[in-house]
Ligand binder design. Structure first.
Ligand SMILES: [Zn+2]
Length: 321
C-alpha cells in the first residue's frame, strides 16, 4: 500500500481573534503562522455579548485582506466548549458572556466557518503549532499573567477534557497558597500565589509597602540596593515562582511530556522569576525526566491571534471541517 503525498497547505490566510475584557485583537494569519496584518479595538463589554460580537465582526471587516480568509478562529476568557463554540462560563470581565454561541453568531455575521476556544488553550495551540513546542508529540504549556492557564498536548493533540477545563493548571491546590483567595472562588490554589496580581499582593505584604501597584514595581524593588526590602520582594517572587515550579514538576512526573513551555506576561519578568521556578521544578523531578527544564514561550503576545487562527488548522488535521 502506498501513501499519497500530503497536499500542500491551503494558501488562503486565516483570521484569528482574541476577545478580552478591555480589547479585541484581530489578525490575518498565513497558514505557516505568519501574522500578516492585525489591529486592536476596544471591547464594548458593558453593552453585552451581542455588542461584543458585532464589534468582533466590525474589527474583522476592517482588516486589510480579510476577504481572502478561509475561516475564523477566536479565543476568549472563560470556559469555551471547543466542539460547538459555546461559552459555558465566564467571569465578570465580560458580563453575560456565559451561554454565548460564539462560533454560530460570528459565522452568521461573517459567512465563514468559525472555531472557538478558551484563550489559554489558544496560547498552547499557538506554541504547539508554530512556537516553542513545535514538533513535540507531548508538551505542557503554561501561561502566567493575571491568571494561570495552559494546555496539555498528548499524541500531538491538545487535550480538552470531558468538561472543557483541561489545562486549568492554576487551580491545583498548593501549600504556598493556603488560605489565599483564588479567582475561582475557592482558596489555596496555585493562581492565588503565582499569578502576577498574587505575587504583587504577596510583595506588598512581605515588604510592608502597600503602595506597590504591580509586579513590575515588585521586581524593581527586588533589584534595588536596600537589602531588607529587596530581600522581601525577592522572597515574594520566589514564593510564587517556586510554587509554580513544584506544581509543574508534579505535572511532569504525572504526564512525562517532552517539553514544558512557560509564557504570559509574568514569564518575561526575568531571572528573579525564572531562577526560583527552575530550581523548584528541578528538585521535584523523578529520575526519568530529571534533565527537563521549562523553556520560555516563543511567540509572545502574538500567540493569542496566531493560536486562534490555528484552531482552523486543528480542524483540518482532525478532518472535523
Ligand atoms: Zn482556583
Amino acid at each position: 500500500m502506498t501513501t499519497a503525498p500530503r497536499p500542500p497547505a491551503a494558501p488562503r490566510p486565516l483570521l484569528g481573534v482574541d476577545v478580552g475584557g478591555t480589547k479585541i485583537a484581530a489578525g490575518l494569519v498565513s497558514p505557516d503562522g505568519t501574522l500578516l496584518t492585525s489591529l486592536v479595538r476596544p471591547t464594548p463589554a458593558a453593552q453585552g455579548p451581542l455588542a461584543v460580537l458585532d464589534a468582533v465582526a466590525a474589527a474583522v471587516r476592517e482588516l486589510p485582506g480579510h476577504e481572502a480568509a478561509a475561516g475564523l478562529g477566536i479565543g476568549t476568557g472563560g470556559v469555551v466548549d471547543r466542539r460547538d463554540g459555546v461559552v459555558r462560563s465566564a467571569n465578570d470581565l465580560l458580563p453575560g458572556w456565559a451561554g454565548t454561541r460564539l462560533a454560530q453568531e460570528l459565522s452568521d455575521r461573517l459567512g465563514l466557518p468559525v472555531a472557538a476556544d478558551n484563550d489559554a488553550n489558544v496560547f498552547a495551540l499557538a506554541e504547539q503549532t508554530f512556537g516553542a513546542g513545535s514538533g513535540c508529540d507531548s508538551a505542557l504549556y503554561v501561561s502566567v499573567g493575571t491568571g494561570i492557564g495552559g494546555g496539555l498536548v498528548a499524541g500531538g493533540r491538545l487535550l480538552r477534557g470531558a468538561h472543557s477545563t483541561a489545562g486549568e493548571f492554576g487551580h491545583i491546590a498548593v501549600p504556598e497558597a493556603a488560605g489565599r483567595p483564588c479567582n475561582c472562588g475557592r482558596a489555596g490554589h496555585l493562581e492565588a500565589v503565582a499569578a502576577g496580581p498574587a505575587m504583587t499582593a504577596l510583595g506588598r505584604e512581605l515588604t510592608g509597602r502597600p503602595d506597590l501597584r504591580d509586579l513590575r514595581e515588585v521586581v524593581t524593588l527586588a533589584q534595588a540596593a536596600d537589602g531588607t526590602l529587596a530581600g522581601a520582594a525577592r522572597t515574594a517572587l520566589a514564593t510564587g515562582a517556586g510554587a509554580l515550579g513544584r506544581a509543574l514538576a508534579g505535572l511532569v512526573n504525572t504526564f512525562d511530556p517532552q517539553r514544558v513551555v512557560v509564557g504570559g506576561g509574568v514569564a518575561s519578568v526575568g531571572a528573579l522569576f525564572w531562577e526560583p521556578l527552575t530550581a523548584a521544578f528541578a528538585a521535584e523531578l523523578l529520575p526519568g525526566p530529571a534533565a527537563l527544564r521549562p523553556v520560555m514561550a516563543a511567540l509572545g503576545p502574538r500567540a493569542a491571534v496566531v493560536g486562534a487562527a490555528a484552531l482552523l488548522l486543528e480542524d483540518r488535521a482532525s478532518g472535523a471541517e
